[in-house]
Design a protein around this ligand. Structure first.
Ligand code: ADP
Ligand code: ASP
Ligand code: MG
Length: 486
């Protein structure tokens, strides 16, 4: 049975034009597949407003959360009015918006009274945007006379109770997916499912982490053994660099799961990293496509790379990173220390963004986002295995605010030419390279530079290394279109 899961992000549902384009895409695919599921995020900016609202209920300004809720109501009502005024969906959607925003007000009032919020409250609040938008999207399909049903994934995706970053329990999810979606498929009804959210086995709402609607699409793709998962967004696909950073970004038509995982893990927010791991595990091809340029094929993500040879295919960056460095005492074994430090962090569920090892001063450095680094140091100080090893390394030294520039390509960490080309490009540009290392696979090469040099370093690597590669520079490019040109 040919099955497609499509996901529309916040950027694809941010306003009336975007919503109409997304609905037209669904209609165009309807009929080409035996089973089709649509996953929908909250409209762009709505989740941020909801989180502001939760934080506002703890602020001194007691009216703040109400101001945000009023703003949300105005924004949502304006979209619903523009699309549905005069037809029977209009009243229904307005009533639904009122109900959800009343629930939101109740939670905020409770938080204000208690003077504190829990991660569980935060998830309940953050989920509201998707819980409204699926109904809007389903009504849009109804307006086009396509049968669909809005589904809140609290009934579908069963997760653990790790609020704000929950993980799916796949077997329980598979059973629910079968029970809830099969009857709809049998009646040729398209399920329109909330991205980003799930619920614990006892029904408490959870979220899968920011940007988690992509992950929802992969979870459903695996459950349904889908032939393909398509992620619709506001750019033509996976590009050689974030097109918002460089107008010279080029579309990559084909890239491997491993390479794109390194990109996503290293700061390119185009896909939620866990989405890629799950699709790879389930052997499901993922496509990234542009809602605003739907004739363009986009990027196919599978086990295949762009090329058999090792090519630097993309660059991305993470800013405001702290580097924590340990030096072994003379005679100490730096590899052993590195392994112990890694194990200590892993045991406590903390992952590093990159690891750098320098032979000349027997040091090893770990990269963390600024708000994670104190926690990481505490974990290392408390670790029993490191203590019993005699703590034969220096006290941690922290370098604050660096940028991690990650170059991605098939096995580039193992390719000396890639390393020397990138190093000489940065050095010639006068950029001080603080560290060189790898990410979490041989498909990435990471440079730590000062925060202030980060954007310049990305552009230099992109324009002088990636674009100079004949393979990249000869890829045919689609005509670029943007929402602003509509
Ligand atoms: P959505 O709302 O559809 O989930 P996101 O904002 O989460 O969209 O992701 C799309 C954005 O990812 C693009 O607008 C782009 O700025 C950013 N991005 C970062 N790096 C890349 C890259 N290498 N290729 C494509 N997009 C990228
Ligand atoms: N709405 C959620 C967020 O803003 C999930 C998503 O967009 O994928 O993080
Ligand atoms: Mg996203």
């Amino acid at each position: 049975m040919k099955t497609l899961v499509m996901k529309f992000g916040g950027t694809s549902t941010s306003n009336v034009e975007a919503l109409n384009r997304a609905a037209d895409i669904v209609v165009a695919q309807h009929g080409a597949w035996d089973r089709m599921v649509v996953v929908v995020s909250a409209m762009e900016g709505v989740t941020d407003m909801l989180i502001d609202c939760a934080e506002g209920s703890l602020s001194k300004d007691k009216a703040r959360y109400q101001v945000i809720i009023d703003q949300l109501r105005d924004n949502l009502n304006a979209v619903v009015w523009a699309i549905f005024a005069g037809d029977h969906f209009y009243e229904k959607l307005n009533a639904l918006i009122d109900t959800r925003l009343q629930e939101l007000t109740n939670i905020c009032q409770r938080i204000q009274l208690q003077g504190k919020s829990s991660p569980r409250d935060m998830d309940e609040i953050a989920a509201m945007g998707e819980r409204i938008n699926v109904h809007v999207f389903s009504a849009l399909l109804g307006k086009r006379r396509v049968r669909s049903q809005a589904i809140e994934a609290t009934n579908l995706i069963v997760t653990d109770d790790c609020y704000q970053a929950a993980s799916p329990i796949q077997t329980a999810t598979d059973a629910r997916v079968d029970a809830v979606l099969s009857p709809l498929f049998a009646d040729a009804i398209i399920p329109v499912v909330t991205g980003f959210i799930g619920a614990t086995p006892n029904g408490t709402t959870t979220t899968l982490g920011r940007g988690g609607s992509d992950y929802t699409a992969a979870i459903l793709g695996v459950s349904l053994k889908a032939d393909q998962v398509w992620i619709w967004t506001d750019v033509d696909g996976i590009m050689t660099v974030d097109p918002n950073l460089s107008s010279r970004a080029r579309l990559i038509p084909e890239i491997s799961y491993n390479e794109v995982y390194q990109l996503a893990y290293s700061g390119a927010r185009v896909l939620h990293p866990k989405t890629i791991l799950l699709a790879r595990e389930g052997d499901i091809p993922l496509w990234v496509k542009n809602t605003f340029n739907s004739e363009c094929n986009g990027t196919r993500i599978s086990h295949c790379s762009l090329s058999d040879r090792s090519t630097i295919s993309a660059v991305t960056g993470f800013f405001d990173i702290n580097l924590i460095t340990f030096r072994t005492i003379p005679g100490g074994d730096v590899n052993k220390i590195k392994a112990l430090l890694r194990a200590a962090l892993k045991n406590r569920g903390t992952t590093t963004l990159a690891v750098f090892q320098a032979k000349h001063d027997r040091s090893v450095s770990f990269a963390f986002s600024a708000n994670n680094s104190n926690h990481a140091i505490q974990i290392i100080r408390e670790d029993g295995a490191l203590r019993s090893h005699g703590w034969n390394f220096s006290q941690p030294q922290v370098i604050e605010k660096v940028a991690l520039i990650t170059l991605v390509g098939r096995e580039i960490y193992l390719t000396p030419q890639a390393l020397s080309l990138a190093t000489s490009t940065l050095s010639k540009a006068g950029i001080d390279i603080k560290r060189i290392g790898n990410g979490t696979s041989p498909d990435s090469l990471v440079f730590a530079v000062a925060n202030k040099d980060g954007e310049y370093a990305i552009n230099k690597i992109h324009d002088e290394v990636i674009l100079n590669d004949p393979l990249i520079s000869t890829i045919p490019q689609p005509v670029l279109k943007h929402l602003s040109t509509i």
